[in-house]
Ligand binder design. Structure first.
Ligand code: ASP
Ligand code: MG
Length: 431
């Protein structure tokens, strides 16, 4: 079946206007077969995370925080469509399950509870979109993606069980697309074989769209965003960034792995495997093609800068001055994997090993504890990882201004450095 997969992120459905704009885009494609993957509205996922935190802290505020989220959703619905009892019930049912959880005392497994609660963000936004499209008379149907995407039970970072997911996708989605043109479903969430809800990791909706594109052999995948496409740098940090009209899968993987927030890093592999082109497009200018990511060879790129904040350098050395040799390194790597600390840069010397990881204090603490007495570990915090692809000397010089460089490495066309931003020192006025 010829079909496309569209993904709308939280920013595109942050308010009633957003939903209306999504409706306008879909009007243009109303005769095409499309699977629509949607994220939670605006900052809903963050707000739901606060509910979970407060539930576990036992500070008595969880119900109130959930009530605020409920009000926001109902307020938006009333701005968007005539609210019927049926719609009210549909939305209320989604909240009721969480109300029940909050009445019980917290489950031992925080991550499990997190997924049961936080996942309602996507259920809500997708239901609202489905009701809106129905109201707009755009042929569509709502699908609970938990009936399709099967995962293991690594809560908050669930792994896909590809074979079953693929069979489910074909068996469940294709028939739906025969009776309606669009299927509206959720990003970010899945289900274990025991029917518990899982999530795929923050910002995981792009990944969902890629999984579905892969499983359904989509002709193309489209991510609708609040930027013109993939840019040469984050427009919130840099002036004069430019849009890249074309990008190879390889370039896209390199950029996103080191922190380019434009697409989730796990998105590329499934679509690359099936050579499905990915369009990153501006939802405010649907006529624009944005950036197309596909199997482009021999493209020449301008310098592309990616900044990943909140990095930590771990300096690990042996207490007795014995060499940090292979057996030590293999143990260190086993622990990095165990505590899921992502290795962004690394270097070893005779008696030390230095590694730059994303700063996740709880996991770093556990990692350090398990390293044991044999090792000493010193950490540097509040650092940034700067990755410059296709660098030139000008850009490099510019990027080093007002920075203390703790670690730098050049490989082919890429420079990476771990830096601390320095305040500009200015001489005091003499009196
Ligand atoms: N709503 C989820 C999050 O904010 C997933 C997503 O937006 O992709 O992390
Ligand atoms: Mg989001």
């Amino acid at each position: 079946m010829q079909l496309k997969v569209f993904k709308f992120g939280g920013a595109s459905v942050k308010d009633a206007e957003g939903f209306i704009n999504v409706g306008k885009i879909l009007q243009k494609y109303k005769d095409d077969k499309i699977v629509i993957v949607v994220s939670a509205m605006g900052k809903t996922t963050n707000a739901l995370e606060e509910v979970v935190k407060s539930y576990y802290a036992g500070d008595g505020k969880a119900a109130e925080l959930l009530e605020n989220i409920k009000n926001n959703h109902f307020q938006l619905i009333s701005q968007l469509i005539p609210v019927s009892a049926e719609i009210m019930d549909d939305i209320n049912d989604t909240f009721v399950e969480i109300d029940w959880i909050l009445e019980e005392s917290p489950h031992d497994d925080y991550d499990y509870a997190y997924d049961q609660i936080v996942s309602i963000g996507e259920l809500l936004s997708s239901k609202i979109l489905a009701h809106y499209l129905h109201y707009m008379k755009i042929s569509s149907t709502w699908l609970d993606i938990r009936d399709v995407i099967l995962t293991d039970n690594t809560y908050r970072d669930a792994r896909i069980q590809w074979e079953t997911t693929q069979t489910n996708a074909k068996n469940k989605i294709e028939p739906l697309l025969k009776s309606a043109n669009h299927v509206v479903t959720q990003g970010f969430i899945g289900s274990t074989s025991e029917n518990f809800t899982t999530t795929l990791g923050r910002e995981g909706s792009d990944y969902t769209a890629a999984i579905l594109s892969y499983c359904l052999d989509a002709e193309s995948m489209h991510i609708w965003k609040d930027v013109p496409g993939v840019l040469t740098g984050d427009p919130r940090i840099f002036d004069e960034v430019i849009k890249l009209p074309r990008l190879s899968y390889k370039e896209a993987i390199e950029m996103t792995y080191y922190g380019a927030k434009v697409i989730h890093p796990k998105t590329i592999k499934p679509i690359q495997n099936k050579q499905i082109p990915l369009y990153v497009r501006p939802f405010l200018d649907p006529a624009s093609e944005g950036t197309v990511i596909s199997d482009q060879k021999e493209l020449s790129y301008p310098p592309i800068i990616v900044i990943e904040p909140d990095q930590t350098l771990l300096h690990i050395s042996t207490n007795d001055f014995s060499f940090v040799a292979e057996h030590h390194l293999s143990m260190i790597f086993a622990l990095l994997a165990k505590y899921r600390l992502k290795v962004n840069m690394m270097r070893n010397t005779a008696i030390s090993f230095t590694v730059c990881v994303n700063n996740i204090p709880e996991r770093i603490k556990k990692f350090e504890n398990e390293l044991g007495q044999e090792f000493k570990m010193i950490t540097d915090n509040d650092l940034e990882l700067v990755t410059i692809r296709h660098f030139n000397e000008d850009v490099l010089k510019d990027m080093k201004k007002n920075k203390l460089i703790l670690f730098e490495e050049k490989l082919q066309d890429t420079v990476q450095m771990v830096v601390r931003n320095l305040p500009k020192m200015k001489r005091k006025e003499t009196q």
